[in-house]
Design a protein around this ligand. Sequence first.
Ligand SMILES: [Zn+2]
Length: 268
Amino acid sequence: MQKWFIFLGNNLLLKKQGDSYSVPEADNSPTPTFEWTTIQELPSLDDMPCKAYALTSPPREGLPESFVTVDLRQSYYLLPHAHYLMAAKASELLYWDSNTHYCGVCGAPMKRQTVISKKCTNCGKEIWPQVAPAIIVRIKKAATLDADGHVVEPEKILLVHARNFRHSERMGLVAGFVETGETLEECVIREVHEEVQLNITNIRYFGSQAWPYPCGIMIGFTADYVSGSIHLQEEELSRGSWFSRDKMPDIPDKMSIARQLIDDWLSS
Ligand SMILES: [Zn+2]
């Protein structure tokens, strides 16, 4: 038996029994595959070999009985965490495979060398899956106190609404891709300056999260506000302001490191 991580676009094929969802297990691929279908090998899970492939269109004969398609993000809430992580890895590897049929140096076909590498059939160029790092930062503004030490303004964090958010009301954290030649900390400072024009200090690593949409890693930081007033980068952000714990807006899903960063502050 093997576990099969099968993708149809951004959706994962899962087996549904009652209210429970699972990664299908079978000796052979549960749907028809073609000679051009890449079967991607994955590490084992629960002592069972794992494989992945992508369908370019729904099977002509329909999905096997009791199979459903579930958005990869949604599968986070439906599968055991280790299974979601394997699905995420599978998605990244299939994305890599589909984008590297030909050599970027000479244009000749690439040939699979190991489960995570390919080699050019002409010039010998070797490639591995690439991960795109992005930073995300929670900026805290200290409480303002009066002369007697009473709180005038409570502690707040900066939340912004990016134009590419899927939810119109949702507020998240400043984030952005790391550029060539910069450190993660430099990236945090640059992104904060570009997006909201604030000066920050005390940049501290918080944690990271594989982000397979399609092949990223989110690296989370915390920082403290120093100076400046919010000026939004209009092309990327539509809203941005400081929020106190008792007046939080709609915030990102539990699955995201953005939410972990916000929850960490809310519970501190
Ligand atoms: Zn080549």
